[in-house]
Ligand binder design. Sequence first.
Ligand SMILES: [Fe+2]
Length: 509
Amino acid sequence: MSDQLSSSSAPLECMRNILELLPEIAAAGDERELGRAIHRRVSDILDAERVTLFLFDHRLLELRTPYHEQANPDDLIVNLRMGLAGYTAILKQAVMISDAKTEYFFNGELDAITDFNTERVLAVPIVDANAMAVGVVQLLNKTTGAFDQTDLDQAEATAIRLAEQASQDRWDVSTVREELDHLIEATRSKRGSVYRNDFEHGRLISVYASGLGETNIKLNLRLGIAGTVAISGQSLRIEDVVNDPRFDNSFDRRTGFKTRSLVAVALKGAKGELIGVIEAVNKRGGGFTREDQELLESLAKPVALMIEDRQLLHEQEAQFESLLRVLAASIDAKDTLTAGHSEGVANYSVAIARQLGFSDEDVDVVRVAALLHDYGKIGVEDSVLKKPGKLDDDEYAKIQRHASLTRGILDKIKFSRKYRYVPKIAAAHHETLDGSGYADGLHDNEIPYFAKIIAVADVFEALTADRHYREAMPVAKAQSILEQGAGIKYDSVIVSALGKHLETMAPGT
Ligand SMILES: [Fe+2]
């Protein structure tokens, strides 16, 4: 009975770990926390010495570890740009494409060095009797159009002959050359090359390359296990890692860690895109089993989807932020006399809101509204906006229109729920407590509180900023102007919050 209990508690424990991991991922503030949560939970679930999360960086084509127990994560970056020949060798798969530059794995470095423009590529692996890819035959730029099945058949026939002749480190260059020249002619290719796989150093070395002679071109394939899983999308479970040619031992050498057994699974998003790789190393008391691999695979699905969700959210935020910057910059471009004003008002508004103890979320709303408060200036004609001297009544009325224009324009932006009051707040930045302001002549409690903050920040920034056409007013004088208006035009609590902020900033100025 007790036996039964203990054997059934293991999967229960495991299930509990999985259930606890998901909210931890959702709550993780940054990628480091995410990496740590996965390390801790998955180590427990799989009884592994180490678990590493690699995240795929689409821009740099790299796998990165946000967190690592024993090492600096920067030491563990896996570069996946090993070129199409490398892709062919590692996946033991032929590649036939007509526009290399748009291909994910294309590496343009060689083109740059050899002054060549690769467009069409046909690459086939040379696979030996032990099913190892010992090399690659590659053809470039068929002169009469795209490579086709006939070309592929011929290249594969050549690869089979070369595999028979080539043992791992003894290649007969003249045979290779003869075979390749024949193939280039038969397929009407512009160039061709044969690489051999240097397993020991994890690279491809050219045996012969037409047009380049016997120059030894070396293509680095140091992908390690995680990189191989990433590019193939296939899980790997290896009992004797050290003797696996895909294993990159540089990390073990540096850290003294001894990798023995390993299981690695690709993380894929909702549409199958690569999100990253989870790798578990050294199962305690033996190697990883097929059940371990299946467990990690089933865990990888929800984990990948949650990470993808987080990433999408971050991308949306970054996109919104860059949109904000562009909008703020476009006001500055329109009104060059007050360039930097929006940014300055946003900074003061944020400082005041913090001083008043608002939450980060609220502070962010103030910041966004402050950045956009003068956006309506975009609709005010230049001759009025940039008029150097005094404005007549008509011109002043035109300037004042910017507040309601701000409202009109911002109302058209589809703000997320958090920012839904931004247009209203931004448009009320010239309202004053006594109702003498514009655009709507609102009174004290009709004015959104955040608009009152922006109003104070706006006046203070305008008075104290150093503009090219006039000198900045001393801070103390600007403060006394605001204090005179406190309770009449400006909220006195806000004015004193600005004062407190200025005290903490630069005592004595
Ligand atoms: Fe304004």
